[in-house]
Each structure stands twice: as structure tokens, then as C-alpha cells.
Design a protein. Structure first.
Length: 200
């Protein structure tokens, strides 16, 4: 933009592009700092009792907006009152990241479902989509840092292969686990199991 004189419209487009790239870079730096703090053991954790129903209901509002913007149907499953112990802010980061991932990889007209259920001593949160799916040879690697299934698409969308790695770290730091199932052309299902808070 500085190399030659341009129009106001041209400068506006350049500034918008710079702003978008700066936002993507800021997001990447934030994710890298999070991973660095996790590795060093200095990532702050605020642990408390969390009503999973209230948390999921709150996140569902954001997810529904994302789906509407892309022409997707959003479904929220039946919810019951379950409590887990953990850092609410981190759990929100994890679930919103998984929901955003589902929206990105689901073509218009598809569906994203968000639900949870009790499974013995665990609360199992499920995010299911009818998107493009993940090839079987990539599925074992998707939680590895910097791993991208479709490098060209991920780079264009600002992805760096860190979102699922961070989600895995968050789930495990809460004593839980995250798993994925997928079929190409049919969609993906991400399940997060978190220990239920023992009621006294």
C-alpha cells in the first residue's frame, strides 16, 4: 500500500487485510503462549464447581449465532444438572474451539449438534457435525501440535494446528480425555469426558 499512491478504497481494503492478518497473528501468539505455560507448569488454573448445564446453555447461544451466519442448523440436546470441578474459562475455550471447528468444516445446509450426558462417573460432552469429515489416516494425529489435515485450507483460514492440541491439554488437565470419530463426507464427533464432581 505504501509503495504506490492509491485510492481511498484501495487503502481501506489494505487496512482491512492488515487488521485481519494482525488478528490471526494475535490468536496464534495467544495459543503458543498457552502451550508454553502448560509445558512449563505455569498456566494459571482457577478451580471451582461448575454447573455443566449452565455452561453448555451459555455456549449454545454463541454456537447458534455461528451456525446461523453460515447457514447451518444448530441442535442442542437434552441437558441435566451435572457438576464438574475445573476452570470455567478454560473449559469455555475448549468447547468454543471445538464448536468453531465444527462450523468451519461443515458446508452450508449441514448440522452441528451440542449435547452432554452422564457416563458412570464422567460427564460426556459431545459435539457432532455433518461436515466434510477427517480421512482415517489423519485421525490418529489430529491432537498433535501443528498437525493440519488440509494444510492449504487451514492456512487460508488462519489455522496453525494448535486448537485441538490445546483442547486435549485442557481436557487432560481436568482429569478428563477427548476423543474423535469421523467419516469422510459424513461428519465428525468430538467427545470430551470430564470427571463428575462428587456430591457430599
Amino acid at each position: 500500500a505504501l509503495q504506490k499512491e492509491g485510492t481511498a478504497t484501495g487503502y481501506q481494503e489494505s487496512l482491512e487485510m492488515i487488521s485481519e492478518e494482525a488478528g490471526a497473528m494475535r490468536g496464534l501468539i495467544d495459543r503458543l503462549l498457552t502451550l508454553a505455560r502448560v509445558d512449563s507448569g505455569t498456566e494459571p488454573t482457577r478451580s471451582g464447581e461448575i454447573n455443566l448445564r449452565a455452561l453448555v446453555t451459555d455456549l449454545a447461544s454463541d454456537a447458534e449465532v455461528l451456525c446461523q451466519e453460515k447457514g447451518l442448523q444448530f441442535k442442542l440436546g437434552q441437558l441435566e444438572d451435572l457438576a464438574v470441578k475445573g476452570d470455567e474459562a478454560k473449559l469455555k475455550v475448549m468447547f468454543l474451539g471445538l464448536l468453531d471447528n465444527a462450523v468451519i468444516h461443515t458446508p452450508p445446509g449441514g448440522t452441528v449438534c451440542f449435547s452432554f450426558d452422564r457416563c458412570d462417573t464422567m460427564a460426556k460432552v459431545i459435539i457432532r457435525d455433518t461436515g466434510i469429515g477427517i480421512p482415517p489416516e489423519h485421525l490418529p494425529h489430529i491432537f498433535e501440535r501443528f498437525y493440519r489435515v488440509d494444510k492449504a485450507r487451514s492456512r487460508a483460514q488462519g489455522g496453525a494446528g494448535l486448537g485441538l492440541a490445546i483442547s486435549k491439554d485442557i481436557a487432560e488437565s481436568h482429569g478428563g480425555r477427548i476423543e474423535a470419530e469421523s467419516a469422510v463426507g459424513e461428519g465428525s464427533t468430538f467427545s470430551v469426558a470430564l470427571p463428575l464432581l462428587e456430591q457430599t
